[in-house]
Design a protein around this ligand. Sequence first.
Ligand code: ADP
Length: 334
Amino acid sequence: QRLTSVNADSVERAAEAALRPKGLGEFVGQASVCDQLSLVLEAAQGRGRVPDHVLLSGPPGLGKTTLAMIIASELGSPLRLTSGPAVQHAGDLAAILSSLEEGEVLFVDEIHRMARAAEEMLYVAMEDFRVDVVVGKGPGATAIPLEIPAFTLVGATTRSGLLPAPLRDRFGFTGHLDFYSSDDLVHVLHRSAKLLGIEATARGTEEIATRSRGTPRIANRLLRRVRDWAQVRGEGIVDQKAAKAALAVYEVDMRGLDRLDRGVLEILCTRFGGGPVGLNTLAVSVGEEPETVETVAEPFLVREGFISRTPRGRIATAAAWKHLGLNPERGDNP
Ligand code: ADP
């Protein structure tokens, strides 16, 4: 079981890698972030210095890793990839920082999940390009300052609000990635279809785009699933019929809600009468981590107007009841 899921993961990762845009010019949408970022990069290059540290925030699958890779490639610099959960001790970070090359781009995904002690080491490294290596324990411990090469940190987080202020303040540029419009996703899908040698009609890509939760990663994944359907049960072409049939198989509904999204709405309406209900209670009821519900499902549900967040908890809107085909007055239970 475990082996299969690891394999499935690496297949997904390989498929994603093949579709990653390589330069800012190929990156679809997010016009203002791209414009601001290109100024930061160009100005730094003009001055012959490393660019300011960059924080990218936004829900998963919107292109944060891709942008980090593009930053390195635009600068012609090497790139090191790591993630918050992988940096559990200050020593892990010290090892990475002290082995960086001059001008290297260090990408830390899920930076809000880094260990506290490492975070404090990072503050100094970001500001002074220095690491204080602590030798010894207790009252006799001393910190030995170690110079490290100038580098650019690119941090990614699903919500910049999760970052402690001292860390957030040390980024010279913060770009917030928003969900993509359907038009942008159509663009992404055409590009991907071309790269994968998939024949797709305009109607077919539109159908997929409107049901991809505003997320390129999901659009690309659904494209591959619709291609499977077209190949096995259709005429080999990604058209509207194939898209509709395949998305029904994969339980993606008309508005692009997937099982987790619908699970959250259903529990909110049927078990809690539409709310307000706290995040933790909601997460336990759908059998997910609170962070997953908060960063994966909620941003989209809020944007689509299905949920509103209030100080007392999450509330289902009239649109949510309608979408589920329920009636709040009757206290419906499907
Ligand atoms: P994140 O790091 O935010 O979770 P990624 O950068 O890994 O997201 O992007 C996920 C996938 O979506 C990538 O494989 C990439 O091909 C695709 N993608 C993301 N943003 C864009 C974009 N603006 N244009 C084209 N493809 C994109």
